[in-house]
Design a binder for this molecule. Sequence first.
Ligand SMILES: Nc1ncnc2c1ncn2[C@@H]1O[C@H](COP(=O)(O)OP(=O)(O)OP(=O)(O)O)[C@@H](O)[C@H]1O
Length: 277
Amino acid sequence: MQPVSNDAEVGGSGGSSSYGRLRPEGVDTAHGVILYLEDITVSFDGFRALNALTLDIGVGELRCIIGPNGAGKTTMMDVITGKTRPSSGTAFFGQSIDLSRMSETAIAHAGIGRKFQRPTVFEQHTVFENLELAMKADKRVRRTLRARLSGEQIDTIGERLQLIRLLGEAHRPAGLLSHGQKQWLEIGMLLMQEPQLLLLDEPVAGMTDAETERTAELLNELRGKHSLMVVEHDMDFVSAIARDGKVTVLHEGSVLAEGTMDAVQSDPRVVEVYLGR
Ligand SMILES: Nc1ncnc2c1ncn2[C@@H]1O[C@H](COP(=O)(O)OP(=O)(O)OP(=O)(O)O)[C@@H](O)[C@H]1O
């Protein structure tokens, strides 16, 4: 890996019409890699939550991360989003953006979105309004919250509603949605900012089987349009979204195994520390 410089303030395309294409501005992905983690160590009072972790994610890839409780999955996401600083190692967004020098806000503006396990939506606002607020909160576009939406923006929100399977719920208060629908809405809100890399922490926890299935369809539709990192314990769901792509198994703060779902599922080390339990 050859990071060349640091650039904390990255500009974006400034519009919503680029959806469906990876937004190359500001992030140098000439080598086809959106995220490089190299030799990352995070210590909490001497305990290594991450231990020389090295991992990279390709542009447009949907990478699943699995591993037992305490393996370091959340800590890794905390490092990527600037919430936790590694004690050693490097984290680069594309070739040149050194995440270790940026605030959480600057990282979000640079194009890394994160979805935590619990949904956080504006419950009193309708589904449509939630997406509208997310669009207007996009710092790449200067707009006030009271500004009227243009026809193009209304169309964009309509497209997202369709994508997140909530077209029929557009005018319902978000507080009345099911748990799964709230999760989809929050994914839709993150997508309004057109993140280049989207981190999802256990997106199907607490969902019904039908909701889980629809979430897999949704993420499969995002594949190639965004780069995605999905942490999950639901192995059926992971199989449904990993397809022939790579699955990374974390254990004790390092990568234990990496490969197709079939390969990692039949790896005796993975069975021993995780799948066989
Ligand atoms: N702020 C902290 N202070 C001390 N120890 C911590 C802190 N955050 C995490 N840890 C420890 O680091 C290890 C890794 O935790 P982490 O939450 O990253 O694991 P995980 O793989 O996300 O687990 P899970 O699947 O249960 O969410 C755990 O042993 C945890 O107790």
